[in-house]
Design a protein around this ligand. Structure first.
Ligand code: FES
Length: 273
């Protein structure tokens, strides 16, 4: 069992919890994720580790309430325990000194981008981070990001905070200004990652995206997390979650993510009754 040591709401329907999980904290590398169950007959859901403290034996999870399990986790309190945590899973981010790395995080995607940004910064890269959300109240972890970025650019779709516009427009203006960019890392909603890739493809900039396909076992056994990359079928859990953004079939990913929307909504409505 894995105890919740801290828990706070950091945005509308967005929670952050620090969990005692010493083995995972010790082994975790940026880009990796866990699969958890809140109780013995609960569903298994993947969440990227947003931070860790190996000395204290803790990991930090940040999640948005979108389905039964994430809503249920929103009701859990300090002292409550998660039934099980499996991880760290997935391939770690390839981190080295590339030069200038631009990290682009949209919405809840800022949380998984944080350890990658930190890792890239620690490796000596010049890190420019672009954080975006629909509106000011939905921006998360901007101060955390500021600490691990050489430049932080914040954008909101409605202009309520920072630059008025999409993260893609901010990225485009960096490119137009002639900023030398060696690598882009984009994490966020699938349409956002697809839009970023459109911009970086045109500018011929290598781009890594972190995908969030439906997962069950997280160990390459069930095939639920199939994604098409470069015309080949890959498993998000063991081959990813990060892939070359220029090669990802985002249309197929969106179709697969929508497959269980109906039953998920029915289950959520039942849970909230
Ligand atoms: Fe089952 Fe990836 S989640 S193979």
């Amino acid at each position: 069992m894995f105890e919740i040591l801290e828990k706070e709401r950091i945005g509308p329907g967005v929670n952050r919890a620090v969990i005692f999980a010493p083995e995972i904290a010790r082994a975790h590398k940026p880009g990796q994720f866990i699969i958890l169950r809140t109780h013995a007959d609960g569903e298994r859901i993947p969440l990227t580790i947003a931070d860790k403290d190996a000395d204290k034996g803790t990991i930090t999870l940040v999640w948005q309430e979108v389905g039964v399990t994430t809503y249920y986790m929103g009701t859990m309190c300090v002292g409550d325990k998660l039934q099980d945590l499996c991880g760290p899973l997935g391939k770690p981010t390839h981190i080295e000194k590339f030069g200038t790395v631009v990290g682009i995080g949209g919405g809840i995607g800022v949380a998984p981008l944080f350890p990658i940004t930190k890792g890239m910064h620690d490796a000596g890269n010049h890190v420019i981070t672009i954080v975006g959300a629909r509106t000011e109240g939905l921006l998360i972890m901007t101060e955390d990001m500021r600490k691990v970025s050489d430049e932080l650019l914040i954008a909101t779709d409605d202009g309520s905070f920072g630059i008025h516009g999409f993260v893609t427009q901010v990225l485009q203006s960096l490119i137009d200004k002639g900023t030398k960019i060696d690598l882009c890392v984009a994490i966020g909603p699938v349409p956002m990652m697809r839009a970023v890739v459109k911009v970086t493809k045109a500018a011929n900039l290598p781009t890594v995206v972190s995908l969030n396909p439906i997962m069950v076992d997280g160990t390459g056994m069930c095939g639920a997390c199939r994604v098409e990359v470069g015309g080949k079928t890959m498993f998000g859990c063991v081959d990813g979650p990060e892939f070359d953004g220029h090669e990802v079939d985002f249309e197929l990913l969106m179709k697969r993510l929508a497959m269980y929307k109906g039953p998920e909504l029915i289950a959520l409505n039942k849970f909230r009754e």
